[in-house]
Design a protein around this ligand. Sequence first.
Ligand code: SD4
Length: 337
Amino acid sequence: MPGQPIILSTWSLGRRANAVGWEVLSAGGSALDAVERACIAIDADPGVDSVGLGGLPDASGRVSLDGCIMLSPRRCAGVCFVREHNYPVSIARRVMEHTHHVLLAGSGADEFASREGFERCDLLTDEARKVWQKWKTDPAQLTGERYRGWLPPRNVEERRGVEGEGPGDDKQRIAADESLPHNRRHDTVGVLAIDAAGVMAGACSTSGMAFKVPGRVGDSPIIGCGLYVDPRFGAAVATGTGELLMRTCGTFLAVELMRSGRSPAQAATQVIERIIESCDIVDDHQVGLITLNPQGQWASAALRPGFRVAIRSSERDELEPASRVLLNGGEATGSLL
Ligand code: SD4
């Protein structure tokens, strides 16, 4: 059933992603093209240190990318641990369209990308290398806290210096945390869209957690963890600590909740509640979730303050904080990962 096009993306960088996706949607293009192009725009920017080119590397100084794209359980795919090519969402789309598989990993995914005509590239920029070198010498310089293994800093957006934020706008107010390093303002780009034909699609792309254990793959390329879309019931995309989403199949759960009659708002909140219930939450953890139903109703929820959603439709072009935040920061319990 035809509807009003809409595109929703994670974090303040989502506004830029939305601008590109909206060009596609407003010209009558497909939701699939819109979400792919939205992710490409962020992946291509070496100034974004959590996605694509310029992403911060793992503990060994090498960048690896994860991403996926989804229209339905029948049409979806992801790639993970891609080290030699940018644009994981586009590579995933080729996996979806040109193979019978759902997930390609590591050197196999890189070889597939080359065969599909993607250019090899060095994903590590000088800037990202410098940040990694600094982290290696003295992790506390970047994390602002006692070094506790490979855990990255908590991902929330700082109040100041965030794109698209008007001064004094209360709606935009989020918890300022002076201890946050400059380089954790943004994170995974996750995008959901509905086009004029009423088709829903989603995509997400990330370089994963900065300084992760080499070989680590997060939720973002895994169908049902970082992204899930079922055209009958709804879609969900996530950002934050991938391990929490993988332990709970967070986006699958969100869509399953909508399938059983919950609203997008109830579904998003209940996933965060389930994460709190099922996992040992620590200070560094954050999860942000966007849910969307086939009628275009959407919602968001987060574990902690700081997660924001960028919305673009014919009526709106805005950035707003998660509508539900379940923990208010510093209330962590349990042990480290
Ligand atoms: C991961 N979920 O690799 C991604 C990272 C992320 O906000 O989204 N951080 O765990």
